[in-house]
Design a protein around this ligand. Sequence first.
Ligand SMILES: [Zn+2]
Length: 579
Amino acid sequence: MSTKKIIAIILGVVAVLGLIVALFVGAIFWFVFHTIGSSEAADTARTYLRSNEKLKKNASATATTQRGVDTIAAEQMRDYLTFIASDEMEGRDTPSRGLDTIAKFLAMNLTRWGFKPAGDNGTFLQRIDLRRDRIDATQTRVELNGRVLTAGRDYLPAGGAGEIKSGQLVFAGNGWYLKSKDIDAYRGIDPTGKIAVIFGTPNLSPRGISRADFGKQGDNYLNANDYARKRGVVGIIYVPDFQYLANWERNRQRIMERGSTVVAKFQTPNTAPLPGIVITPEIANALFTGESQSASGIFNASYGTEMPAPFLLRSAKSVSMNILSSYETVPTQNVVAVWEGGDPVLKNEYVALGAHYDHVGICAPGTDDPICNGADDDGSGTTALLSMAEALAKAPTRPKRSVLFVWHCGEEKGLWGSRYFTDYPTIPLDKIVTQLNIDMIGRSKKEGDTEPRNKDLSGPNEIYVIGSKMMSTELGDLSESVNKSFLNLSFNYRYDDPADPNRFFFRSDHYNYARKGIPIIFYFDGVHEDYHRPGDEPQKIDYVKMERVARTVYLTLWEVANLAARPKVDKQLPAQLNR
Ligand SMILES: [Zn+2]
């Protein structure tokens, strides 16, 4: 064979073998693709979906990071609250130096973080003038049938200053007018120009009356002072209850040494207190000597169901009062700041955040632990707002609407700061689309806690949410969905009922915003063993819970701030809440 032929044969064999191999490999490929190909595709799909989910998660994580939520952290809150609720602040009474110090501490941080001052005259402080009246014991004179009574021992001044030369006395039950219970302290009697003798104490409502019985002030009820004034009574003598008598010494100190403090702008001629005194049982006995009913008889009856009918005391009895007092003006303040929104139009609207930075002061004088630190109430809200302010300042993006921060004073005195802010707002109230109020979010009920006073305290992953659905369905839904898609705390709506006997809806600052038609949400952890006691201290706070609640409120704030249209108010505030 020639070399050429041999090469041709070899090439032919290789070609045939190549064809066989090619067919074989092809068959294998065909087999592989048609049997396991489908599961491989599924795997690929799953991998794709996983990475997509990751992307989505990353996207929402990025969104919350963009909003600065991670800045709000347990350790940071511990730092702030340890200072805010320290003994040095002496319980942040309104007014007090401790309260003023915290106001400056808040303002200092807000300045550093670039907030816009929204108090008075380009500052973070909205000044509130208080009027402090103090009885002048050396000049005050009260006489009963010619006997000069001693202030502090026989009586305590209990009203405004003024002179009553002499007036006939009229017994007027508890002094109230209350339509729903058919109470009229002066039924069948003309008390004009007379001094009323009332069994009860100033500012105390009649026994056995719940908030639901009140209705609208003026039309449906008047307290003892206001009703007496309306009926032309010139002065009031109060015969106090057991509780007042038991605390006589404390009341004496409060009235005669510290004086009473009110917000000057809230006073009106119709509600100014009439001159009055609170007397001891001994003086009460002397007052009712020779009358158809004895003082002790009426006193006992006042604890029963039926108060005796009003009657005139014998005209021979005479009481004269000349109560002198001096007053001074004492300033206090709300702290008000704005974080401007990023949308050129929507930034003219505000989502408001509120907490009260005051507490009840030195509440147990003379004991080892005299200071009510108010770590939970409402150091926790004060701190949460500060953390949220820091988070906004450090976030890479701005919410569309502006955020209004108001740290209220005087909440513990009767919602002074929020009433003042909503009566004398520093920004237009109609531009506030929602108010989120935080009052106590720092305590949690631990497993196995059997202390009865903690029975209504919320758990570590739980918070009471009040009012979110009362005025705006949309706001209620938004609040729910933010929580569900984020930390999924357990929102407890137990107190979200206008008929709730605890009346929490009236008991914090959001009430004054709701009163002005602004939809609100109130976050609250529930009362506990240290509520309004010296034991409400920073080391007892559950900072992890605080972080989780504050982050949830913060993201709720962002969602409201970025809504295309403000939350629609589609419901009237329930009648019981509208007084
Ligand atoms: Zn509070």
